[in-house]
Design a protein. Structure first.
Length: 246
C-alpha cells in the first residue's frame, strides 16, 4: 500500500484542476483537493461497498477490466465513444480520441469505450506516451490494449479488458467526446470520479463524491482495525461480532 500511495501522488499531483472547467464538479460540496487525495488513498473495494450500501448500486466494472501492472489511481473522467465501422478513412475517423487526450487536464482519467471492441486495441504506446506526458492519472479501456512493452516501460497505468495486437484504424469511428458512456457495464459521465486499484475499477457519480468518500474511509478504517484483532485473537467470528462487518 505504501508503494501504491507514493506512485499515485506522482501520477495525480494536479488532478483536481480539471474541476475548474468540467460541468457538475464537486467543489461546492467539499474541498476538491481533499476529495481527490482521499479517493487516491481509499481502496476500490471500500468505494464499491460504499456505493452499494448508500445507494444500492453496482458501480464497479466487469471482472475482466484488469491493469497491465500493479497500480492505484483516482481522477475525474474524460470520455470517448467509438463505433465499429469498416471504412478507408484511416486515422481521420479517430481524430476525436486524440482531441480528448490533448485537451484533457492533468490528473484526469481517460475512459474509452469501443463498441464490440474486445478484439481491438483502443490504446497503445503512442497514446499512452501522450497521456503520460500530459499528466493524466491513467486510462480505462472497454476494449483491448497493445504495445505492452512500451506502456509498461512508461509505467502509465492502463486498465483494459484484454491484450491484442490489432488496430482500430479503418475499423472504428469516434462518435462522442466527453459524452455519457457505459464502460464495462457501468455508466460514466465526464468528471465522474474513477477509482482504480488491483481489485478493479469503480465509478463515483460526481455529485455523490463527498458522501461516498466519507463512507469508504469509514469502511477502510474498520477493516484495517480488524486485521490486528484477528492476528491477536485468531478468530474471524469474534472480529465480525466486534466490528460489525465482513
Amino acid at each position: 500500500m505504501k508503494i501504491w500511495k507514493s506512485f499515485v501522488f506522482v501520477a495525480g499531483t494536479a488532478a483536481f484542476s480539471l474541476f475548474a472547467w468540467l460541468p457538475g464538479h464537486v467543489q461546492a460540496e467539499s474541498g476538491t483537493d481533499d476529495v481527490m487525495t482521499g479517493f487516491r488513498q481509499v481502496e476500490a473495494a471500500s468505494v464499491a461497498d460504499a456505493m452499494e450500501q448508500l445507494y444500492g448500486k453496482k458501480m464497479y466494472m466487469s471482472h475482466d477490466m484488469r491493469p497491465l501492472f500493479t497500480t492505484k489511481f483516482a481522477g475525474p473522467a474524460v470520455t470517448v465513444q467509438l463505433r465499429k465501422e469498416e471504412h478507408t478513412e484511416g486515422s481521420k475517423a479517430l481524430s476525436g480520441m486524440m482531441d480528448v487526450i490533448d485537451e484533457a487536464a492533468p490528473g484526469s482519467v481517460y475512459v474509452m469505450v469501443l463498441e464490440d471492441g474486445l478484439d481491438y486495441a483502443g490504446l497503445g504506446g503512442l497514446m499512452s506516451t501522450a497521456m503520460k506526458y500530459r499528466g493524466l492519472a491513467g486510462a480505462v479501456v472497454d476494449g483491448g490494449v497493445r504495445d505492452t512493452p512500451q506502456v509498461t516501460k512508461l509505467q502509465f497505468p492502463v486498465f483494459s479488458r484484454g491484450v491484442v495486437p490489432s488496430t482500430t484504424v479503418n475499423h472504428f469511428r469516434v462518435t462522442g467526446k466527453n459524452v455519457p458512456v457505459t464502460c464495462a457495464g457501468v455508466p460514466v459521465r465526464a468528471s465522474d470520479i474513477i477509482v482504480a486499484d488491483m481489485d478493479g475499477v469503480v465509478v463515483v457519480p460526481r455529485e455523490r463524491a463527498a458522501e461516498v468518500l466519507k463512507k469508504a474511509q469509514q469502511l477502510d478504517e474498520t477493516e484495517h482495525s480488524m486485521y490486528p484483532f484477528i492476528e491477536r485473537y485468531k478468530s474471524i467470528r469474534e472480529a465480525v461480532a466486534k466490528f460489525g462487518r465482513l
